[in-house]
Design a protein around this ligand. Structure first.
Ligand code: BGC
Length: 763
């Protein structure tokens, strides 16, 4: 008996030693999984933003996010198994951590890069990759592991408060720009999180709204961009969104997170939830949501209980745990990377300064007002000129060391800014800021635009060579925009544009409007007044310098719109079903709590943006793909050839003007009749030239696969490319087709899919 006891004890001791010896490595993931207790597994799938001690008090101490102050979340450490805590930080316009720490004289500022719309309007995947590399480097050097970006939701309506973080109304642009961003960031050995998967195109009631969407529109519009990024760039993580799709929350939707994402697209990374809300943890795990962020104790208990009671299969939990272990071994924290806390912010400021100019879109340039080579003295109007916006608000904001405003930018470019105007604006700005601080409310410059009397404007018109008016708009997470005074001009802004244009034009001088925003606004009613309009977006922390570079001709704009600028909101089919019933400005903090409705029907289906406007032949203010240049380009006759699985197209672009520039060529496909009903034309490829000197040419080549040309047939649950005669169009915008070529497909091409994500309501 004694003998048996001793040998049992010896066996137990050796098992314990063996268990204790298992430490996570890249090649022993299964072994580690086997060694984990149920409690440890539960802890690993729940984010570590909490205080909790393990059963034996040795496994972990929570609240690990504190290693890098200001990180949005983290994963839980299990020291017994050599599992470190990893850090997850926002995104997307740069790293978002706290710039200061207690009892620490160092600062931890990050670079504020151009917002998503600004980057996508460059149509330059190489440039986006370069920006991604810089952001990835800051993730790495500040000790983080994953950037919670890029934002890849579709611009269904200009009112969505987070459009500035997203790229386009078109899924191809979204996918290609998103993939480039992911490649850039991940080239630094850190991860990304493509978000918010999926159909999170409104902020109102975002944690509960049911987005009711047809299977076709989901596949073609709302999922396509994610599919491209997943297939082409293999992001380490995907973030499931807050909303529902056709009933279930995306975070609990196995059809979305497993059937489509993993089984159909072959995704191998982890899925994490977006941040708010205590949800059904067992359902999330079963759906294929590996990591629940930010995590709390109740969720851990819930997982343990659900496994014990048989509601959640331990095998489902194991799948998620294994995927998290596979993620962990790739991270810099696991690799023991010694971060410097000193990324090269100076070099990154240069990158943001020049990348911003490529995404700027020249909307109007009468009589070559720009570049304003002869102007010496400028009158600068608009409170936003003095309070320039580098980026948007919410988790997409970056804690940057500074923002260059228009005053600084223009002065730096050697121009004299008329101080008779500048001084009152600066005082007004200080006063507005003090009022807002006193009432603890947010400051919305455009809502508080300063009135300027006509006599002051007349004096300016006498004294200055040119006028610049900056119009600003701010938006962000948690709320959608209003139509009145946000999408449209405020009364004070309209008066300002009218008076400045009248006064300066009487004096035979020009007026330039600069748009400093992350989203679309109404332009049809006032665009005839100024001589030039430059859409500068929210171009990052070097904003004033980037704008001045373009205005003075040191740089040139080569961006084109990745979304339609409609004449008015009513023209958009989505407006019939978009919650834009918010109270008028001034908004107060906490205003985002209002919950107006619990479903949004996408009655328009795939008719989003230009797909609708070109098919319905409806005029817009500025079409998708539009953007002027300081020079002009000609397009050659294109060559389109069939390939094994699609087509290859080439076209030569020549700079026919007098200054340098880059041109973006958009390839649209028009399908034959007889297959599914299709939009008049759809973007299927694009390419941008290198910098072309006057007279210089470049041949651009673009490939399109049959799969990319397909539409989703709900009757057969398959992607189908119909046989027949196609027209391949080469456009300078969706409305400015410069050349076409035929393409014939003899036999239908089909890719079968699963019959999932069916609408739960009539559309
Ligand atoms: C946002 C995410 C963000 C997360 C962490 C959420 O509210 O929707 O985009 O990554 O917070 O800050």
């Amino acid at each position: 008996m004694k003998k048996i006891l001793i040998s049992t004890l010896l066996l137990m001791a050796s098992t314990c030693t063996l268990m204790a010896q298992v430490k996570l490595q890249a090649n022993n993931i299964d072994e580690v999984l086997k060694a984990m207790t149920l409690e440890e597994k539960a802890m690993l799938v729940i984010g570590g933003n909490r205080k909790i001690a393990s059963a034996d008090n040795s496994a972990m101490i929570g609240g690990q996010g504190k290693r890098v102050k200001g990180c949005a979340g983290n994963t839980q450490a299990i020291p017994r198994l050599g599992i470190p805590s990893t850090e997850l930080t926002d995104g997307p316009a740069g790293v978002r951590i706290d710039p200061r720490r207690n009892n620490d004289a160092n600062t931890y500022y990050c670079t504020g890069f151009p917002v998503g719309t600004a980057l996508s309007c460059s149509w330059n995947t190489q440039l986006v990759e370069e920006v991604g590399k810089c952001i990835g480097n800051e993730v790495l050097e500040y000790g983080c592991d994953v950037l919670l970006a890029p934002g890849m939701n579709i611009h269904r309506s200009p009112l969505c408060g987070r459009n500035f973080e997203y790229y386009s109304e078109d899924p191809l642009v979204t996918g290609k720009i998103g993939a480039a961003y992911v490649r850039g960031v991940q080239s630094q050995g850190v991860g990304t999180s493509v978000k918010h998967f999926a159909a999170n195109s409104q902020e109102t009631n975002r944690t509960n709204v049911d987005e009711v969407v047809s299977q076709r529109a989901l596949r073609e519009i709302y999922l396509k961009g994610f599919e491209i990024a997943v297939r082409e760039a293999a992001p380490w993580t995907v973030m499931s969104s807050y909303n529902r799709i056709n009933g279930p929350l995306t975070q609990e939707n196995r059809e979305l997170l497993t059937t489509i994402l993993r089984d159909e697209w072959g995704y191998g990374g982890i899925v994490m939830t977006d941040w708010i809300g205590l949800r059904n943890t067992a359902a999330q795990i079963h759906a294929g949501n590996d990591l629940m962020q930010p995590g709390n104790e109740a969720q851990i208990k819930d997982v343990i209980e659900k496994v014990k009671s048989g509601v959640l299969a331990e095998a489902d939990l194991d799948i998620c745990v294994k995927r998290i272990l596979e993620y962990l071994v790739k991270t810099p924290t696991f690799r023991g990377y010694e971060y410097s806390n000193k990324p090269d912010l100076k070099a990154h400021a240069d990158v943001t300064r020049h990348s911003a100019t490529e995404g700027m879109v020249l909307l109007k340039n009468e009589g070559q007002t720009l570049p304003m080579s002869d102007a010496k003295k400028v009158s600068v109007f608009g409170i936003t000129s003095y309070d320039f916006m580098a980026g948007g608000t919410g988790s997409g904001n970056v804690n940057k060391a500074y923002t260059i405003d228009m005053m600084q930018g223009l002065s730096g470019a050697g121009l004299t800014v008329n101080s008779k105007l500048a001084d009152p604006y600066k005082n007004y700005k200080a006063y507005q800021h003090s009022l807002c601080a006193a009432s603890n409310s947010d400051y919305w410059p455009w809502g508080n635009e300063m009135s300027v009397s006509r006599s002051i404007i007349d004096t300016q018109a006498k004294e200055s060579d040119i006028a610049i008016i900056t119009l600003g708009r701010q938006a962000g997470e948690g709320w959608d925009r209003d139509e009145a005074g946000d999408f449209t001009l405020t009364d004070v802004e309209r008066q300002l544009i009218t008076d400045v244009c009248n006064a300066f034009h009487i004096a035979n001088k020009r007026v330039v409007v600069v748009l400093n925003m992350g989203n679309v606004m109404e332009t049809a009613s006032w665009k005839s007044m100024p001589d030039a309009i430059l859409l500068a977006w929210q171009p990052g922390q070097e904003g004033g310098n980037s704008v001045a570079d373009v205005l003075t001709g040191k740089a040139y704009p080569s961006g084109k719109l990745t979304m339609t600028w409609p004449n008015n909101l009513i023209d958009l089919p989505s407006s019939a079903n978009f919650p834009n019933i918010r109270p008028a400005a001034p908004r107060q903090k906490g205003d985002n709590k209002k919950e107006f409705q619990d479903y949004t029907k996408h009655v328009e289906g795939i008719n989003v943006g230009y797909r609708y406007f070109t098919t319905a032949n409806k005029p817009v203010s500025y079409p998708f793909g539009f953007g002027l240049s300081y020079t002009t380009f000609s397009y050659s006759k294109p060559v389109v050839k069939a390939t094994k699985d699609g087509l290859t197209a080439s076209i030569t672009v020549t700079n026919t003007g007098k200054s340098v520039g880059k041109e973006i060529v958009e390839l649209y496909v028009s399908a034959p009749n007889g297959g599914l009903e299709k939009p008049a034309r759809e973007l299927k490829a694009f390419a941008k030239t290198k910098e072309l000197q006057p007279g210089q040419s470049e041949t651009l080549t673009m490939d399109v696969t049959l799969y990319e040309m397909a539409s989703y047939n709900e009757a057969t649950q398959a992607w189908e490319t119909a046989p027949g005669n196609y027209t391949i169009s080469f456009g300078a915008s969706v409305e400015d087709i410069r050349a076409t070529a035929p393409y014939t497909l003899s036999k239908q091409h089909t890719v079968k899919c699963h019959d999932v994500l069916k609408p739960d309501m009539e559309l």
